[in-house]
Design a protein around this ligand. Structure first.
Ligand code: NAD
Length: 252
């Protein structure tokens, strides 16, 4: 029980890594606010947690909408009295388009969800963490946030921004008992491909040039175990880092 009594918010927790993180954290004793775009999606994760004897509540929150973020962090306080751990996981892919083809609408959507959502949720949580003198933030970045062509221009630039935001937050609040780290997953078997249609042929061909070097895809639970380390006291001296979890793909 490495998270006994801790109150956690996980965004995008109806599917993939967010769902696996919510379930693992609940198994470790956390009270989990499970949020996603639909109540049905979040509710399914909550049902799995409660069937395992865990404690969780479902909240609808589109991380691209500030009022939803406000409601989400308030829900943690209203349901469980506080917030200890924020997992900024919700994210969408782009369509692999290189910068010459990128559409403003797609660029804005990817940045609104993948970057602005992370900033706003962290901003909303910060007064609670500062008052307690304790808080943990885990951002799900991507190897696309560390290297140049794992996706299109928008996703790559957005995930690089998440890495920068992680480091800035970590250092700015390092003397306030707050730690902020990120995970850069490689390929993980989730539903994320549902978030892109009509991928750019040129973009995907260039991005896939390095795919043969990927030793294997991971499962959401592989990432959840890394998140558990970053959420627990075991990582209390770890701040401002990005842990790559990719079976060695980017070691080549
Ligand atoms: P997924 O599609 O299985 O899950 C993402 C969840 O986020 C979904 O339940 C979706 O409904 C939710 N979501 C999407 N937009 C949202 C919004 N605006 N507000 C709230 N929730 C929203 O995908 P996943 O692979 O588990 O993705 C989780 C994170 O991991 C993302 O940030 C993604 O960029 C990152 N990532 C994924 C991979 C991969 O290979 N799957 C690799 C690196 C990084």
């Amino acid at each position: 029980m490495r998270l006994q009594g801790k109150v956690v918010v996980v965004t995008g927790a109806a599917s993939g890594m967010g769902k696996a993180i919510a379930i693992l954290f609940a198994k470790e004793g956390a009270k989990v606010v499970v949020s996603d775009l639909t109540l049905e999606g979040a509710g399914n994760t909550v049902a799995e947690i409660t069937a395992l004897g865990g404690v969780a509540t479902a909240v609808t929150a589109n991380v691209a909408v500030e009022a939803d973020i406000h409601k989400l962090i308030k829900a943690a306080q209203n349901s469980y009295g506080t917030l200890d751990i924020l997992v900024n996981n919700a994210g969408i892919m782009d369509d692999f388009s290189p910068v010459g083809d990128v559409k403003d609408g797609l660029w804005d959507r990817v940045f609104d969800v993948n970057v602005k959502g992370v900033m706003r949720a962290t901003r909303q949580a910060m007064p609670i963490f500062l008052e307690k003198g304790a808080g943990t933030i885990i951002n799900i970045a991507s190897v696309g946030g560390l290297y140049g062509s794992r996706a299109g221009a928008a996703y790559t630039a957005a995930k690089h921004a998440v890495v920068g935001l992680t480091k800035n937050t970590a250092f700015q609040y390092a003397t306030d008992g707050i730690k902020c780290n990120a995970i850069a997953p490689g390929g993980v078997n989730t539903n994320i491909s549902a978030s892109f249609q009509n991928p750019s042929e040129r973009g995907i061909a260039r991005a896939m040039a390095g795919a043969d070097f990927n030793p294997r895809n991971g499962e959401p639970e592989d990432i959840a175990r890394v998140a558990l380390f970053l959420a627990s006291a075991d990582s209390d001296f770890v701040n401002g880092v990005v842990i790559t979890a990719d079976a060695g793909w980017t070691a080549y």
